[in-house]
Ligand binder design. Structure first.
Ligand code: PLP
Length: 403
């Protein structure tokens, strides 16, 4: 392969760019995972994660991808043939329900159009009709990475509460944690599922479950079989800073650094930065005359934007060209959206100029691929990013429109 000068632009919606600080933190000798130095590291990251999930409860770290953390949530809380209510927001919600079925759960999958998030009213209606409480869990994806649509978790919680339904509530935050507001405790979530490779700015390889007291209680009596994914083994070892089997030590060094970086910037500022980048990206898409896949502005994702491609043009051909010519990786369309959309990841360790470079790459790619578009997307995004940012008393920085 010929040498490509400069940095590759990894603008898929995860894995995201790993900052140099995290790479340097990982680049250290692996230590004895049963020794005193490791115990310090273990305790530090387990405690630090609570501040990211916003929980005073337990967070469990698996050496796994996010898919493993999905499985752990199900097998630690449910019993064979239990009814689970899920909602078809897109490809990842579909994969999670497929997993639940394979594990022998009885899934009811409310159909969706892949352009909207979970409809809290539908959840409420379904739970209201479930008078004998056959449904044991409601499981949803917070930010559907295949569509760029963010569901309104507090409203779904409210829907569950309004009919006083006792179902457990599981939320996948794989592409939202560390990029947008999320509160495990305050939002009444029983199991939050997450992964290392997106908002947490780490390489792939860690999966997380934040667990409520109710979920822990369920894990004491549920009947699904598990071994590797058993929370109990973790919960016994973790207080001393250890793990029941060999942990991903070097990723934990990176996690310690990433948590420090998120707090140095301030979580509110991190979330505001993601919202600004989402707004700038959507301004570009609109100016190009293309369509944002998400239809409801309340559900626009702050971590990625899915762009519906012009009919008769293959979005993957365009993506191939941006990679070949500009060394820019954009996200492919998944499942039934294959070839119809491309996705711009704007999450993780990203600044204004990295976003502008990305959008310039997209605009040049549209030109190179001969796609009908209007020039000016980059300019429109710049218009958003050059608006003044104010930092409020609460440390929240936000774009204020110029009057
Ligand atoms: N859920 C969501 C929302 C995702 O975006 C992904 C991966 O991109 C997954 C689940 C699956 O995670 P993993 O690929 O780490 O197993």
């Amino acid at each position: 392969m010929t040498r490509r000068p400069g940095r590759h632009f990894l603008q898929i919606p995860g894995p995201t760019n790993v900052p140099d600080r995290v790479l340097r933190a990982i680049d250290r000798p692996t230590i004895d995972h049963r020794g005193p130095e490791f115990a310090q590291l273990g305790k530090h990251v387990l405690e630090g994660l609570r501040t990211i999930f916003k929980t005073s409860g337990r967070v469990i770290i698996f050496p796994s991808s996010g898919t493993g953390a999905w499985e752990a949530a199900l097998v630690n809380t449910l019993s064979p043939a239990d009814k689970v209510l899920m909602y078809e927001t897109g490809h990842f919600a579909t994969l999670w329900q497929t997993m639940a079925k394979r594990l022998g759960l009885d899934v009811e999958f409310l159909p969706g159009d892949w352009r909207h998030g979970v409809d809290p009213a539908q959840i409420e209606a379904r739970l209201a009709a479930d008078r004998d409480h056959a449904i044991k869990a409601v499981a949803v994806v917070h930010n559907e990475t295949s569509t760029g649509v963010t569901s309104r978790i507090p409203e779904i919680r409210k829907a569950i509460d309004s009919v006083r339904h006792p179902a457990l509530f599981f939320v996948d935050t794989i592409s939202s944690l560390g990029s947008m507001e999320y509160q495990h405790d305050a939002w009444g979530v029983d199991v939050t599922v997450a992964g290392s490779q997106k908002g947490l700015m780490l390489p792939p390889g860690l999966g997380f479950n934040a667990v409520s007291e109710r979920a822990l209680a369920a894990s004491k009596t549920n009947r699904m079989k598990r071994s590797y994914w058993d929370w109990d083994d973790m919960l016994k070892s973790n207080p001393a800073g250890f793990f029941p089997y060999t942990p991903a030590t070097n990723l934990l060094y990176g996690l310690r650094e990433a948590i420090a970086m998120l707090h140095e910037e301030g979580l509110e500022n991190v979330f505001a930065r993601h919202r600004r980048h989402g707004a700038a990206t959507r301004a570009a898409v609109e100016a190009w005359g293309l369509e944002v896949l998400a239809l409801d502005p309340r559900e626009y994702s702050a971590s990625l934007t899915a762009v519906l491609f012009t009919k008769n043009y293959d979005a993957d051909h365009f993506r191939d060209l941006t990679l070949e010519r500009y060394d820019l990786s954009l996200g492919t369309g998944l499942g039934k959206l294959k070839g119809k959309i491309f996705r711009i990841g704007h999450l993780g360790d990203l600044n204004d100029l990295m976003l502008m470079g990305t959008l310039a790459g997209v605009e040049m790619g549209l030109h190179a691929a001969g796609v009908p578009y209007r020039p000016g997307g980059v300019q429109a995004a710049m218009g958003v990013l050059t608006q003044p940012v104010v930092t409020s008393r609460l440390g929240k920085s936000e774009v204020v429109p110029v009057s």
